[in-house]
Design a protein around this ligand. Structure first.
Ligand code: AQP
Length: 332
């Protein structure tokens, strides 16, 4: 079976619709056909200032949400990144293979550091994509299901893997991104040209998986649209309506042209109500299962320990090869 790996940051108290449609839903599908590894990337989360109690809580919430969304611990290896020490070890080796200019081209660093001012941003935030390359290469992943914002990081991963292979001998599998065009960028409900984001969307622009039905409905009903009244897919002139069409299409498995025909002459109100219902219908069972999983922390931690053990077995094998290839002396 080909191998798949992906990760999600525990940087908020819930995932949002963009994370779900752009990434997590694919993870669930891919576990049927792939040897699947999915991690809660807490090492990535600390690249920006993070409060320890919040990190602990969010890491458990993230893991619970992944199981609640449909990841089966029998079929998928679900683990917490910091439990497998090889991630940081391989990251160091790859950092030493990365050019300063190459790292400086990463647009996510530019976007995220803009918030602090570039000189106040941590070196960790700068090297974030290299740690991500280590996450992927460590597992010899063939495919990486992500949203469009991760395309550039995936290219860097391939470049670094290739560079290592060229310099030290064939070691790493070069991964392909797995990006679904239809849901690669779910946008902010209040700013429909910007990506919906855990850290940069305002609460009104973001639909959290763990949110209660009432607030969810309100946010959809208040989503920014345009002065027209026709439900049409037109990214340029109707980015808000186009985003809602993409969401409804993905959640109900209905092609966009069919939705456009269905809402012809009906105005935005009915359409938005149906979007809100589809979101609620998807999120409610996930929210309920997440709450149940979180009510037994010991069991959740046990599930994550099993995941870490399975992940570490693969990671150790790759790292042994890397150490030998790089020229580190064996430990006796
Ligand atoms: N709006 C989005 N549309 C489609 N996919 C998205 N993803 C994120 N936002 C959207 C995908 O979700 C996965 C996990 O994301 P992450 O936790 O690594 O963080 P991110 O990409 O940086 O997303 P956020 O929400 O903006 O989080 P913060 O604010 O913590 O950085 C990834 O596969 C991503 O592509």
């Amino acid at each position: 079976r080909p191998r798949v790996l992906s990760g999600i940051q525990p940087t908020a108290d819930s995932f949002h619709l963009g994370n779900y449609l752009g990434a997590v839903r694919q993870w669930v599908t891919l576990q049927e056909t792939h040897d699947a590894f999915y991690c809660v990337v807490d090492l990535h989360a600390i690249t920006v200032p993070t409060e320890p109690a919040a990190l602990r809580r969010r890491s458990r919430v993230a893991a619970a949400q992944l199981f609640a969304a449909g990841l089966d611990p029998e079929r998928s290896t679900v683990f917490v990144q910091s439990h497998v020490r090889e991630h940081t070890e391989l990251a160091w080796v790859l950092i030493c293979l990365t050019g300063m200019g190459e790292a400086a081209r990463m647009t996510q660093f530019k976007d995220k550091s803009a918030k602090f001012g570039e000189s106040a941003a941590s070196v960790g935030l700068f090297t974030y994509p290299i740690l991500q390359a280590a996450d992927i290469l460590l597992y010899q992943a063939n495919r990486v299901p992500v949203g469009a914002d991760q395309k550039q990081h995936l290219e860097l991963t391939r470049d670094l893997g290739q560079r290592f292979n060229h310099r030290f001998g064939d070691t790493f599998t070069l991964p392909e991104p797995h990006i679904l065009k239809e849901v690669e960028k779910i946008t902010d409900l209040q700013d429909p040209t910007a990506k919906m984001s855990k850290s940069s969307s305002s609460p009104a622009g973001i639909l959290d998986v763990l949110e209660q039905p009432g607030p969810l409905r309100k946010k959809v009903m208040r989503a920014v649209t345009d002065t027209g009244s026709e439900v049409l897919f037109d990214e340029e002139n109707k980015p808000g309506i186009s985003n809602l069409l993409r969401i409804l299409s993905a959640l109900t498995a209905t092609p966009i042209p069919e939705l456009v025909a269905r809402y012809e002459g009906q105005g935005y109100g009915t359409f938005k109500k149906d979007v809100a219902e589809a979101v609620e219908a998807t999120f409610s069972p996930i929210r309920e299962r997440t709450e149940k999983l979180l009510s037994d922390e010991a069991e959740l931690d046990r599930m994550l320990a099993i995941g870490a053990e399975r992940a570490a077995a693969v990671a150790k094998e790759t790292m042994a090869l890397v150490r030998e290839r790089v020229g580190f002396l064996p430990t006796l």
